[in-house]
Every structure is written in structure tokens, then in C-alpha cells.
Design a protein. Structure first.
Length: 329
């Protein structure tokens, strides 16, 4: 079903919209008609573009400044586009002769890691109870005592975990200057999605840069290969994107949460099946509110988001990953 479109957006193609603005900055959104785009996020995007005028005033205010004019050259918004804290999530901003820390946020280089094991799902499912206990101990009960030899520590610092696991990292917050150094691409909740040219000489040159798009807990995630799309500044989204704000999601339907927990396993610091915990309704209520904020219905459907990346020429799906459990702090 087509999602309602904000009147300030203009659809220019099946997977593309433009955002007209008074500053004349080229601004586009990669999203099909079935991807919801909240008006509050459009408000934030327009406020971000107002920075163009701020840069002009700053240059004028600096005494005897004779350098090149700082400016915003392009704005691209990915399909997970939703309201953030001043900057929309899913923002890719290109500037010239200017660096905007605000367009990256506080969690610099926050990202996603994919690790491939030899385990099969049919071997893991019968052991989920034991795995849940072990994961809770490792993540929340001080159990992360990992013994490493000096050689292993050096190898981990230099190369990650080669030989033990096949690892792929996808940072989602950061800045990347161009070769000339005049222009900088800022990413907030977006990830690099370079193609053959951007990965030439590296391990991904034959396929393009790996793109990891995680779904909400309980939903599928996708691995894609980037195409280095100039239209998105060689960037893609790094998640499905929030549909419902956290506060509203926390007040969501209890029956929906119960149905979700019957079908899916979530490992949290609190074991809600512990009899001592179950006797504390205040603790259980707080735990349930936290889970509702991250429940599947609080996020966009990942299918249309990935379809937008594919249809928009940004990245092509390689693998769909379906979760057995989620660890949630």
C-alpha cells in the first residue's frame, strides 16, 4: 500500500523524490512509494539545509577572510530516513570547504559487524535455552573474560579476526573527504556503498563494498553489495528506520508484545522468567516498555527499504539473514 507522502516532497521517479528548499541545494530521497517518510524528519532536513545560510554568514563574519566560500553542495536521504536529534537519521551531506560535526552526531564510527560461523540453524535451535544463559552471562553479568596470547592480541589489533571468522564491518557515522580534499561527505545513520571503482585494489573490488542493512529485532536483515552510486554519494542506509517514535512505541499494545515474545527470543539483562523478577510488577512493566521501543512494529518494513536501494541503483541484495534470537542491552 502506498505510504502518505509529505506535500513538501516531489516524486521524480519510482524510487526517488526531491526536497525543494529556499537555498537551492540539490536534495533527494531514495525511497519507493511504499516507504513511510515522517513529516518531522522532513522538518529536520529543511532545518539542516538552513545551515547553508549560516555558513555564508560565518564566512562574512570572519575578519579578512579571503578563502573559498564554505557551502553545502548536496543532500541525500536514504530509505530509512526518520527523525533524529536535530539531524535526520539516514542523512548523507556533502559540503565544500566546510566540516559539520552536527551532521555526523556523537556516536562517531558506530556500525555493524557481520561474522560468519560454520554453525547451522538446525543445530542451534535445540540449544537456545543454554545459549541464552551463556549470552546473558557474557554480555550482562561480567562474563567477558577473553584470554589472548600476546601474538593473538597483536593480530586482533592489526587485522581483526582473520582465520577465525570471516568479518565484515560497516560504519554508519563518519566523514570522508574527496581526493582533492575540498569536499567532505558526512554520514548520519548511513553507510558507505562503494562500487568497483571505490574498492579497486581491495578485497571487494570484484563485487563492490559490502552493505549491511539490519532489520528490527525479530525481522530479517540483508547483506548487499554497493554500486558506488553518484546519486547517493556512494552511500546506503544502515537499517530499516524507525516508524514510531520511542515514546509512542513504549505505550504500544501489550497483546502484540506478548505475541512477539511467544514466537521470538530476546536476551536482555533481565531474565523475565526468573521467579524473583516475576514478583516485581514494577520491574516487569519497565522491562516491557523498553522492549516495546525496539519491537518490530516500531520500525519500517525492511523489504520496501531494501527494494528502494535496489531499484534506485544504490546496492543489490546478496543474502537475507533471519534471526534466531536478539541480544538487547
Amino acid at each position: 500500500m502506498p505510504a502518505r507522502q509529505d506535500h513538501r516532497l516531489a516524486r521524480t521517479g519510482e524510487h526517488w523524490l526531491s526536497l525543494p528548499n529556499p537555498h537551492g541545494v540539490p536534495a533527494e530521497i531514495c525511497a519507493g512509494g511504499d516507504v513511510p517518510l515522517e513529516p518531522a524528519a522532513v522538518d529536520e532536513a529543511l532545518s539542516l539545509l538552513d545551515t547553508a545560510a549560516t555558513l555564508e554568514r560565518l564566512a562574512e563574519a570572519v575578519p579578512h577572510y579571503a578563502g573559498p566560500a564554505p557551502r553545502i553542495t548536496r543532500l541525500v536521504l536514504t530509505p530509512d530516513f526518520h527523525k533524529g536529534a536535530g539531524i535526520p537519521i539516514g542523512t548523507v551531506l556533502e559540503t565544500e570547504n566546510a566540516l559539520l560535526p552536527q551532521a555526523v552526531g556523537n556516536d562517531v564510527n558506530c556500525g555493524m559487524r557481520l561474522e560468519v560461523t560454520t554453525l547451522r540453524a538446525d543445530r542451534v535451535r535445540p540449544r537456545l535455552d543454554a545459549l541464552e544463559r551463556r549470552l546473558r552471562h557474557l554480555f550482562f553479568e561480567g562474563g567477558r573474560r577473553i584470554a589472548l596470547t600476546p601474538a593473538q592480541r597483536e593480530g586482533l589489533l592489526r587485522d581483526g579476526l582473520p582465520g577465525l571468522l570471516l568479518t565484515g564491518d560497516a560504519p554508519r557515522q563518519g566523514v570522508r573527504p574527496d581526493d582533492a580534499g575540498d569536499r567532505v561527505v558526512h554520514r548520519k545513520g548511513a553507510t558507505p556503498a562503494g562500487g568497483h571503482a571505490e574498492t579497486a585494489g581491495g578485497p571487494y573490488a570484484m563485487w563492490g563494498e559490502p552493505v549491511i542493512v539490519p532489520g528490527s529485532m525479530g525481522a530479517a536483515s540483508f547483506v548487499l553489495r554497493g554500486h558506488g552510486s553518484p546519486r547517493t554519494l556512494s552511500s546506503a542506509c544502515h537499517g530499516a528506520g524507525r516508524r514510531v517514535p520511542r515514546g509512542a512505541a513504549a505505550r504500544g499494545n501489550d497483546a502484540e508484545l506478548d505475541a512477539f515474545l511467544r514466537d521470538f527470543r530476546v536476551v536482555t539483562p533481565l531474565d523475565h522468567r526468573d521467579p524473583g523478577v516475576a514478583r516485581r510488577p514494577d520491574v516487569i512493566d519497565a522491562w516491557r516498555r523498553d522492549l516495546k521501543q525496539e519491537a518490530p512494529w516500531a520500525y519500517k518494513d525492511i523489504g520496501p527499504v531494501v527494494a528502494g536501494l535496489h531499484g534506485g541503483g544504490v546496492a543489490s541484495p546478496v543474502a537475507e539473514l533471519r534471526p534466531l534470537l536478539t541480544v538487547k542491552g
